[in-house]
Design a protein around this ligand. Structure first.
Ligand code: URA
Length: 206
């Protein structure tokens, strides 16, 4: 499977707070940002680096810097919940937006806005916290590929097996990093056990 799940007690602890329906939007946003740090660190763990010569206060030494720039593309609106994690860890990251709505009956993606920085030489992190049917993520990946992206990692909070299968079939070269792989999609295309509607929980629109 092209999915890496976080194997860390801190990630499990943070995800449990997100799953809990008692968690209110201010806390939900704060915890999503913290879990985002762990997800982004994992999503960049295979980045190549360049050696550079630097001087510490004590002596000359060799350090490393990221070889490629990082771009984050937030799939609106839930992807905004992971954006501050990227910008804190990689302040130079350029940011794109992919506005997609899901048709409530068919769960098919409907585009309403896209704006991307230069993608072709970057590690592109597509921020799509809930990988449910895979429709929105697959649509977003088609869009970034049409705009030149070649090195793509999807950053998710929770994934469903159905969405992972769709990604394996349509985008086998895209790595998926998630905090958890959940049991299934329910009849309303929600991930179970999941955490509900990520956008609603982030922005208080329940
Ligand atoms: N989107 C969400 O926000 N939650 C789900 O469970 C599925 C899609």
């Amino acid at each position: 499977m092209a999915i890496t799940t976080l194997d860390h007690p801190l990630a499990a602890d943070l995800l449990t707070i997100l799953r809990d329906k008692q968690t209110d939007p201010p806390r939900f946003r704060q915890i999503a940002e913290r879990l985002g740090y762990l997800l982004v660190a994992e999503a960049l763990s295979d980045m190549s680096t360049d050696e550079i010569d630097i001087e510490t206060p004590l002596e000359a030494t060799v350090g490393t810097r990221l070889h490629r720039p990082v771009v984050a593309v937030a799939v609106l609106r839930a992807g905004l919940g992971l954006l501050s994690s990227v910008l804190t860890l990689v302040p130079d990251a350029a940011i794109g937006f992919a506005g997609v709505q899901r048709d409530e009956e068919t769960a098919e993606p409907i585009e309403y806005y896209t704006k991307f920085p230069t993608l072709d030489k970057a590690r592109v992190l597509v921020l799509e916290p809930m990988l449910a049917t895979g429709g929105s993520l697959s649509w977003a990946i088609d869009k970034v590929e049409e705009n030149g992206a070649r090195d793509i990692t999807a950053v998710c909070v929770v994934a469903a097996p159905e969405g992972v299968s769709k990604m394996e079939e349509k985008h086998p070269n895209v790595r998926i990093v998630a905090a958890a792989l959940d049991r299934e999609l329910n009849e309303h295309f929600y991930i179970a056990p999941g955490l509900g509607d990520m956008g609603d929980r982030l922005f208080g629109t329940i």
